[in-house]
Design a protein around this ligand. Structure first.
Ligand code: GLP
Length: 247
């Protein structure tokens, strides 16, 4: 796992945008895995601006989102499908047919998870997966616990995760669905290249555990340590506690 510390959030975001743009230029029909959350909002805006300026063609990429809330319709403004439409697919003009977000309203959620895994396999696997970092160490919606699930699956969301997503549901954590569908830790590790973007002082504690602690199901993001081609791109605030374990 390569750790890259940038001056501030803007520089970290720019570093990820440069990598993604270069990868898409090399392979226009790149298969991307994408996260939601506040962290990638500026990244998506940057990529969309480049697309609008004619510097980057995102119309051939194929995308798979990490996760989606269960029981939420695709056009519910709180859904990750709607989030992606607002922040990326719409402004970057990524054709809808090339985007894959788990269907939170699928009648059979387990079958939906299998369908999603099969769609990733049919696309040839994920070339570049961008992930965020939950305050409790979750990645996608793989929550800390005694075990992790390898493939895309149904998950129960931890209370801190529901609080962190409250903004999408009018600021009320009780309105955040209790369950979700998420790529599993195996789905994530099968991506050929991984980039994590984490910024801000609130992430400093979990970043330290991720970088300096053991690989443990109690910190799902720590499994990134096992990936042969993973970069963790941080700003100085998120990297602020690195080295503290040796103190
Ligand atoms: C959500 C998503 C995660 C994301 C996390 C961090 O819970 N399911 O994939 O990484 O939020 O979000 P933020 O970037 O807002 O800190």
């Amino acid at each position: 796992m390569r750790i890259i510390v940038c001056r501030n959030a803007d520089a970290a975001t720019a570093a990820v945008a440069r990598r993604m743009a270069a990868a898409v230029r090399r392979a226009p029909s790149l298969v991307l895995g994408l996260p939601t959350g506040q962290t990638p909002v500026h990244l998506y805006a940057r990529l969309a601006a480049r697309a609008a300026a004619g510097e980057l063609d995102l119309s051939h990429i194929r995308t798979f989102n990490l996760d989606e809330f269960l029981g939420v319709t695709r056009d519910d403004p709180g859904s990750y499908r709607a989030f992606m439409g607002r922040h990326f697919f719409g402004p970057a003009r990524v054709p809808r047919a090339r985007t894959h977000v788990l269907d939170g309203r699928a009648r059979d959620p387990e079958a939906e998870c299998e369908r999603f895994e099969a769609a990733i396999a049919a696309a040839g696997g994920i070339d570049l997966l961008l992930v965020g970092l939950g305050l409790n160490g979750h990645v996608g919606f793989n929550e800390p616990g005694p075990q992790l699930v390898a493939n895309t699956h149904r998950v129960k969301l931890a209370p801190p995760t529901r609080r962190a997503n409250a903004a999408l549901f009018g600021g009320d954590p009780r309105k955040v669905p209790r369950e979700a569908l998420s790529m599993g830790i195996g789905t994530i590790l099968r991506a050929r290249r991984l980039i994590m973007l984490a910024t801000g002082a609130s992430k400093a504690r979990v970043v330290r555990r991720l970088v300096e602690g053991p690989v443990t199901t109690w910190l799902p993001a720590s499994f990134l340590q096992l990936h042969p081609n993973a970069e963790v791109i941080l700003d100085e605030a998120a990297a602020g506690r690195l080295g503290a374990l040796q103190d």
